[in-house]
Design a protein around this ligand. Structure first.
Ligand code: ZN
Length: 610
């Protein structure tokens, strides 16, 4: 399945574009070399990597580095029968439709639009709605009744909302519904997994998940999540479903993702120590006692080795996961929190020696601290963020869980990050043996502030403001603390020659600021204070200092490092004896284009137009 489902939801032209590019890539009869061809390959790889024509992180459309004439030539000299034309349509007609979508910067320029004051549905390219306005979508879901208000269903999670002949209705993603051919494949493979489940609980949740894909019923989805969240025994685990709603501007509809993993027993011990003390952290948190959980339930943390990535998680994967998302399940049953350590390990290895640290860290001491503790500190941050941060706090009784609308993702990530930042410098961390000394926490503070105020700008195109939720959250936190700590010079911008750097002068005061902001973020969530949340994001998380941005881009360009990393999947080949699997051989392919072409050939189940 890989990215296909995700790709279509990111925009309705994505699959047609991807299939056209792949057809050119494999059948073009001209010379497959030279600057323009290379640009074509870069563009195709970006479409693969981002699951569509918009940046996977920034949400902006990216424009090819080759000319429209060259594209026309590629099309003309490729297999004419290989293009994904609609019935009765010619290749020329198809290209007339696709060319502006690819080349014109004004057409479908944003995947997810979160700007204030416009119709978010109409101005976003995502394929979750058709013919529907933002107000209509809001009204539609407001009018739907929750069968049990104490256990609210995630209405609209697994459907496309369309308007036909003046009537609104949902096309449900399920077997026999929308995306059926792909979902049937998911069910097929889940059934195989069910047959070899390692214990009864695992068998039960796999079974429920299959039932959910067959019915599209959201109550079944919750039932599955309840069993899955309670499975702490299984050595092998999986995340599978329509889960995260970041790419819906209204924060309702989910993209499909999948991860298969197994437990890293040794590293899990560290996370277990943290989650065993969850109640202590909750009771000592700097938030208003009314917003704290009286009883923290079943925060189960583990560290995993990822074996396979799919959908939204491939090739650009998260480094931690905390699920399920439904607030009531987290409160009543608990949640499962994982740190993906083989992924963070790979990132850390790649980052050492790419020159970023030397270029952007303020001093030699800061670099040394980062080399000594950086990897551990960022893993502990992830543990705290996932095991405790997301699960902490509670809503006031009458607060709706979607009150913060399009600002929800940013505010929620900020809340979890702040929880981690506040506690990583707590002496309790040393006492528990999670970190050897508070210097490790200082390495994390340096890295976080440096990234939030400076280095993450290298991921942004010149002149642009910040769109992506995680990036907004990081700048929000760093900038808020910078502003509020100005009078006491907690954080300072300094020049290293011509280079702008940041330096933290007082770590304890910075920790106090993290605590204050955490208290405010929790209040915003608990009370559903939309206006305060909006102001927080718009004032601190969005706008970028263009002079500094230009400087960062120039320094970054000289280092010649890619701003993002992604992961290819290993290949698993079963070894059979008398029809039984006796071993699995693992190989590590290193040709990304080869892997993507293989996936397209073997795992493409959906029609081009959905
Ligand atoms: Zn998070």
């Amino acid at each position: 399945m890989e990215g296909i489902l995700f790709l279509i939801k990111n925009g309705k032209y994505n699959l047609a574009i991807r299939r056209s590019l792949e057809n050119i890539y494999s059948t073009y009869s001209g010379k497959k070399e030279g600057a323009e061809w290379n640009e074509f390959v870069v563009y195709l790889k970006r479409v693969w990597f981002s699951n569509g024509i918009h940046h996977h992180y920034g949400s902006e459309k990216f424009i090819p580095g080759f000319k429209q004439d060259y594209f026309a030539d590629l099309v003309k000299n490729s297999d004419q029968n290989g293009f994904p034309v609609k019935e009765g349509e010619t290749v020329d007609q198809l290209m007339k439709e696709l060319t502006p979508v690819i080349f014109d910067p004004t057409v479908l320029n944003k995947k997810v639009n979160l700007d204030a004051g416009v119709d978010l549905v109409k101005t976003s390219a995502v394929n979750f709605y058709d013919g529907v306005t933002e107000d209509e979508a809001d009204a539609y879901y407001k009018s739907m009744k929750q069968p049990n208000p104490d256990q609210p269903l995630s209405l609209g999670l697994n459907s496309k909302l369309v308007k036909e002949d003046g009537k609104l209705f949902e096309k449900i993603w399920k077997v026999g519904g929308m995306y059926s051919p792909a979902i049937e494949q998911i069910v097929l493979w889940l059934s195989k997994a069910e047959a070899v489940a390692e214990n009864d609980t695992q068998k039960q949740w796999i079974h429920k998940l299959i039932e959910y894909y067959q019915t599209g019923d959201l109550k079944t989805w919750d039932d599955y999540n309840v069993i899955w969240a309670g499975d702490h025994k299984s050595h092998i685990d999986a995340v599978n479903g329509f889960i995260e709603n970041y790419t819906d501007p209204l924060g309702r509809k989910a993209t499909w993702e999948a991860v298969v993993d197994f437990k890293d027993i040794e590293a899990t011990h560290r996370a277990e120590v943290i989650s065993a003390n969850a109640q202590w952290f909750e009771d000592h948190s700097p938030v208003d006692p009314r917003f704290r959980k009286k009883e923290v339930k079943g925060v189960s943390a583990k560290v995993i080795t990822v074996a396979h990535l799919g959908g939204d998680c491939y090739p650009s994967t998260p480094i931690g996961i905390n699920l399920p998302n439904a607030d009531w399940i987290r409160k009543d049953v608990g949640s499962k929190s994982v740190t993906m350590e083989n992924i963070t390990y790979a990132y850390d290895q790649a980052a050492l020696g790419n020159g970023m640290l030397e270029e952007f860290a303020y001093s030699k001491e800061e670099q040394e601290l980062a080399k000594k503790y950086g990897a551990l500190a960022s893993n502990v941050h992830t543990d705290l963020h996932e095991c405790l941060g997301h699960g902490s706090g509670q809503l006031l009784p009458n607060t709706s869980s979607d009150a913060l609308k399009n600002y929800q993702s940013t505010l929620e990530e900020a809340r979890a990050d702040l929880f981690a930042l506040y506690y990583v410098l707590d002496p309790k961390m040393v006492e528990l043996g999670v970190i050897p000394s508070l210097d490790a926490a200082k390495a994390e503070y340096n890295a976080y502030i440096r990234n939030g105020l400076i280095t993450q700008l290298c991921r942004l195109e010149p002149g642009k403001n910040i769109e992506e939720a995680h990036m907004r959250n990081r700048q929000l936190i760093a900038k808020w603390c910078f502003e509020k700590g100005k009078a006491e010079n907690v954080i300072e911008f300094v020049k290293n020659g011509s280079k702008t750097c940041v330096v933290i002068h007082d770590y304890d005061k910075l920790r106090t600021l993290f605590g204050k902001l955490l208290a405010e973020m929790q209040r915003i969530k608990s009370e559903g204070d939309f206006n305060a949340g909006k102001a927080m994001v718009e004032d601190y998380g969005v706008k970028v200092d263009q002079t500094l941005h230009a400087e960062v881009l120039e320094r970054f360009r000289k280092l010649n490092v890619a701003p993002y990393g992604g992961f290819m999947n290993p290949e698993f080949v079963p070894e059979l004896q008398d029809g039984k699997i006796i071993d699995v051989k693992i190989t590590y392919p290193d040709d990304y284009a080869g892997q993507m072409m293989k996936y397209s050939k073997e795992f493409s189940f959906l029609p081009t137009w959905n």
